[in-house]
Structures are given as structure tokens and as C-alpha cells.
Design a protein. Sequence first.
Length: 146
Amino acid sequence: MKGKEVEILLVEDNPNDVKLTLRALKKHNLANKVHVVIDGAEALDYIFTQNQYADRRIEDIPKVILLDLKLPKVSGLEVLEKIKTDERTKSIPVVVLTSSREEIDLIKSYELGANSYIVKPVQFDKFMSSIADLGLYWLLLNETLE
């Protein structure tokens, strides 16, 4: 990804959800600057520019991170906590995008600094619409510090 600005970091281990999310973003011309990682450890490597992402600059942060909670290696909540407790990354908007309807996940996500918590709709058209709305808001409407 060297030299390429990433607007969305998608942290998702389910290949079907990745495919649907990218399809929804592409339909609204929002998918050209998306980077996908498939587990929490890779997400942390990407965000904190380590291991296979050591050639990135930490200042080249995504405009928004779409973060699943139920991830292999490192949980989404742990990823969220590390992002929001580091001065270099705490201002990155993190949208929890999960299938978890558990109240404890919702509460913990907001306590750790999530900017939004969205339960993935099961129906295809609602999922597509939710992703499109989310992308339009965080990439076009939301004002960020730069």
C-alpha cells in the first residue's frame, strides 16, 4: 500500500462480509481506497506500521476503520482499545460493524471509544444500504482533524 492513501480500513474475517461490504462501497464509488485485513493482529500491524506494514508511515491513517468484534488472534475490542489509547491514533474514527447484538459488546465498545456501533443487517438489501450510508457519512459528511 506504499504511496497509496487508504480511506477505509476494513477489519473483517468473514470473506462473505468482506465481499458484500466492498460491493456496497463500490456501488457508491467509495471502494477505491479500501484496505482489508482479516484478523486483529494484522489490523494492529497495519495501524501501528509494524511487521509486513513497516514501510507505511503511521501518519498515513485511514479516514475511518470498520471493525468487526469477533476476530481471530486479537479481538476487535482489544484492537479498539489499542487504537483509542495511543496518542497517534486515537482520533481515527472507529465504527464497530458486527453481528453481535450483545449489550455488553455495545457498552464496552463505547466505553473504549468507538465512534459508532452498527449491527450488520442480515438481509442483503439492508446490509448494502447500511454500508453505503456508513461510507457516505464517514467519508463525505464527517469533518475530521487534519
